[in-house]
Design a protein around this ligand. Structure first.
Ligand code: PGA
Length: 260
C-alpha cells in the first residue's frame, strides 16, 4: 500500500514568507510516480496559500484542527472556529484531529474529538485522528498502553458506524505515544508495530474498517525506515523534522528508495 507522510508544521514557521519558502522547497520532492502520499499541515493562517498552491502538485494539504459544527448554510456564530465546509472549499484534503498537544494545552476531550471526527467525515473531509498513551501509562507496560489507546479509540470513534462507508474509509489513525513527541526519543519500532497491529485489529473488529495507521513521535531521516519497513506501518506523522525542508525531503527520499 502507498505510504503516507505528513508534515505537521504545528505553530511554525513565524511568517508567511518563510511558510511559502518552506512549501516551495518541497515542490522538488520526487514522488516516484506518486508512490508516497505527501501531506503538509500548516497553521490555519497559511492554509489558503499552501492549499491553493498545492493544487497543481502531488502534495496534499491538511489542517491541524477543525470545528465540530458544520452548519449547512456554511457558517455560524462560533467565534474563532473553522468549519469542515470552509476547509473543503479551500481544497484541503485532511484534518488532523485530537493531537496530544491540543488535548493537553487546549483541553480537548474525547467527546469534542468525536464530534469533530464525525463533522469532518460527514463533509467528506478526511481525518487523521491522533491517539497515544502518556509516559506514566507506558511505564505500566504494554497491556496498559493498549488499554489506554483502546479507550481513546472507543470514545473518539463513538457512533462512527452511523456514517457512510465512504466516510468511514476516509479515516487515518496516527499512533503517537506522547512521551515520544518532540523528545528526540522515538518509540522502539517493534513496540510501535505491535500497537499499530492492535489498532488495526480493533478497527476491523469493532468498525469493520481497514484504515491506514501511521506512527508519529521523533521521526527523522535516520529512523524513518525502522518504522515504514514494516508493511503494517502505513507511514509517519512528522513534527520537528518537517520544518527543516532538507530533512523532510530526505525522509521522503528514503521511503521512495524502500519502495523501489
Ligand atoms: P515530532 O512531533 O516529530 O516533533 O516528535 C510529531 C507530532 O507531534 O506529530
Amino acid at each position: 500500500m502507498k505510504k503516507m507522510i505528513i508534515a505537521n508544521w504545528k505553530m511554525n514557521p513565524s511568517s508567511i514568507k518563510e511558510a511559502n519558502k518552506l512549501f516551495d522547497s518541497l515542490l522538488t520532492i520526487k514522488n516516484n510516480d506518486s508512490k508516497i502520499e505527501v501531506v503538509v499541515a500548516p497553521p490555519f493562517v497559511y492554509l489558503p496559500f499552501i492549499s491553493l498552491g498545492s493544487e497543481k502538485t502531488d502534495i496534499k494539504c491538511a489542517s491541524q484542527d477543525v470545528f465540530w459544527e458544520n452548519p449547512s448554510v456554511g457558517g455560524g456564530a462560533y467565534t474563532g472556529e473553522i468549519s469542515p465546509k470552509m476547509l473543503k472549499d479551500l481544497y484541503v484534503d485532511y484534518a488532523i484531529i485530537g493531537h496530544s498537544e491540543r488535548r493537553k494545552y487546549i483541553g480537548e476531550t474525547d467527546e469534542m474529538i468525536n464530534r469533530k471526527v464525525k463533522a469532518a467525515l460527514n463533509e467528506g473531509l478526511k481525518v487523521i485522528l491522533c491517539v497515544g498513551e502518556p509516559l506514566e501509562v507506558r511505564k505500566k507496560g504494554k497491556k496498559a498502553a493498549m488499554d489506554f489507546v483502546k479507550n481513546q479509540l472507543q470514545k473518539d470513534l463513538k457512533d462512527i458506524k452511523k456514517l457512510s462507508v465512504v466516510g468511514r474509509r476516509s479515516l487515518v489513525i496516527a499512533y503517537e505515544p506522547i512521551w515520544a513527541i518532540g523528545t528526540g526519543v522515538p518509540a522502539h519500532s517493534n513496540d510501535a508495530l505491535e500497537m499499530i497491529k492492535y489498532i488495526k485489529q480493533l478497527l476491523a473488529k469493532s468498525y469493520n474498517l481497514k484504515a491506514r495507521v501511521l506512527y508519529g513521535g521523533s521521526v527523522n531521516s535516520k529512523n524513518i525506515i525502522d518504522f515504514v519497513k514494516h508493511n503494517e506501518i502505513d507511514g509517519a506523522l512528522v513534527g520537528g523534522a518537517s520544518i527543516n525542508s532538507k530533512e523532510f525531503k530526505k525522509i521522503v527520499e528514503k521511503i521512495n528508495k524502500l519502495n523501489n
